[in-house]
Design a protein around this ligand. Structure first.
Ligand SMILES: [Zn+2]
Length: 277
């Protein structure tokens, strides 16, 4: 039922307005299954696409699996990652739009974070595996390098910046953050704020997969630089998705399916807790 696939891509708001990967019109990309939905212990999964890039098979899900008929975003992530676990996914790329907290960031810059802070109120979002999850080096450095290089190549010759490190603070949403919250996040040394890296980063570790994401600055966070403009946000929303899609395809083309260049799989240990304790 669930195909065996090594690699997955989780799409976010930066690619919401296109049909990925079809709209990139790349001759070496073929869609194999457009809409697969699976029963999971957490309810019916979001719609998942299976495509192939030069022989590499990839599962793709839009908007982190969030959709109106799912109770919480955490449940959507559990459904999605349960499918990835059953498929045997070992490498995951994610993307999304974020607000900038760091004053050095400009609209449309890219950040590939190397760490995160979970300020969401979601609790117990896991798949029930018997593991102790270490969140040291939570973002796969090998995959982060692939995203960084792909982004730099894609925006070469423009004024856009690509940052290969940064701290992503995750909030619940769906609303944006207040100016006072943003000031608090600054004191935490956060660079960008968004709503998707958690719980994905935990669930990736739980299923033994490497995880890295690329995030485009789509607005200044409240109280940072200047009040953000809805027009800027909508221009980015409609004009930039193909840039993000191209970066992801480039990263996929350079992916090494072995997990021997990073330490990710060694950061999942067996739990010391036994039943009932
Ligand atoms: Zn890794």
């Amino acid at each position: 039922m669930i195909p065996k696939v090594d690699v997955a891509v989780i799409g976010g708001s930066s690619m919401f307005s296109i049909n990925f990967p079809e709209d990139l019109n790349l001759p070496y990309v073929n869609v194999i299954e457009e809409t697969m939905v699976f029963e999971t212990p957490f309810g019916e999964s979001p719609s998942i696409k299976l495509f192939e890039v030069k022989g590499l098979r990839v599962l793709f899900c839009r908007m982190h699996g969030w959709r109106p008929n799912v109770v919480t975003r955490g449940v959507a992530s559990q459904q999605l990652f349960w499918v990835f676990q059953e498929a045997g996914v070992k490498k995951i790329f994610a993307e999304g739009g974020v607000g900038s907290i760091n004053h050095l960031l400009e609209l449309k810059d890219f950040v590939i974070p190397n760490d995160y802070i979970d300020n969401s109120m979601r609790q117990d979002v896991n798949l029930g595996g018997p593991y102790l999850l270490m969140m040291r080096e939570s973002i796969c450095p090998t995959q982060a390098d692939l995203l960084t290089n792909a982004a730099k190549e894609t925006v070469a010759g423009t004024e856009r910046n690509v940052f290969k490190r940064g701290i992503y603070v995750n909030t619940d949403g769906r609303h944006f953050e207040s100016p006072a919250e943003v000031q608090m996040f600054r004191t935490w040394n956060a660079d960008i704020v968004g709503q998707s890296i958690c719980p994905e980063v935990y669930l990736a570790r739980e299923i033994g997969a490497c995880y890295a994401g690329i995030y485009m600055v789509v607005n200044y966070a409240e109280g940072i630089i200047k009040d953000w403009d809805h027009k800027d946000l909508s221009d980015i929303f409609y004009e930039e998705p193909k840039t993000v899609g191209s970066i992801l395809i480039k990263a996929l083309l350079n992916l090494n399916l072995q997990q021997d260049e990073c330490n990710c799989k060694n950061l999942r240990k067996n739990t010391l807790l036994k039943d009932g304790k």
